[in-house]
Design a protein around this ligand. Structure first.
Ligand code: SF4
Length: 167
């Protein structure tokens, strides 16, 4: 027998868990802090512009205060002298927080195989997403943001799966 469904409830009501709702809202309203030190910083500006328009993905509210940011984007070369500053900015950011290493320099030191350049920002702070390229194209930046959003929203799902498998 077909179960009767209240059309009002069916069309206007959905249920979720608070945890999932928080993850969804965090993923779709990220406030980036751009730590731009070189050409990749300039490249990032094009992602904010009208052509690529990162506001479509809810990440256009760039902040230059770590206390107001939850996404740190390292865009450019990081020297050993700058490393403590990067660490301090990361530590001052609000929790939960995420990091994207944009471009070859941030991800691995790039072509600077030299004593004064950090060979990957993950030597100083944890990195969630890497963007390859020198410089990366704007589409690669958007792709990294989408991957990060997937990670954030799927975390509760993974957690559920891990719980189910442990039974
Ligand atoms: S990866 Fe290339 S474009 Fe980006 S900061 Fe390094 S040298 Fe400049």
């Amino acid at each position: 027998m077909k179960q009767e469904v209240n059309p009002i409830l069916d069309n206007f009501l959905f249920t979720t868990r608070l945890k999932d709702l928080l993850a969804w809202s965090r993923a779709n309203s990220m406030w980036p802090y751009i730590f731009g030190t070189a050409c990749c910083g300039i490249e990032y500006m094009s992602v904010l512009g009208p052509k690529h328009d990162i506001s479509r993905f809810g990440a256009e509210v760039v902040r230059f205060s770590p206390r107001q940011s939850d996404l740190l984007i390292i865009a450019g070369t990081i020297t050993e002298k700058m490393a403590p500053v990067v660490k301090k900015v990361y530590e001052q950011m609000t929790e939960p927080k995420w990091v994207i290493a944009m471009g070859a320099c941030a991800a691995s030191g790039g072509f600077y195989r030299a004593y004064h350049v950090v060979q990957g920002v993950d030597n100083i702070i944890p990195v969630d997403e890497y963007i390859p390229g020198c410089p990366p194209v704007p589409e690669a930046c958007i792709a990294a943001l989408l991957r990060l959003q997937d990670k954030i929203t799927q975390e509760p799902k993974k957690h559920r799966e891990a719980l189910a498998n442990s039974k």
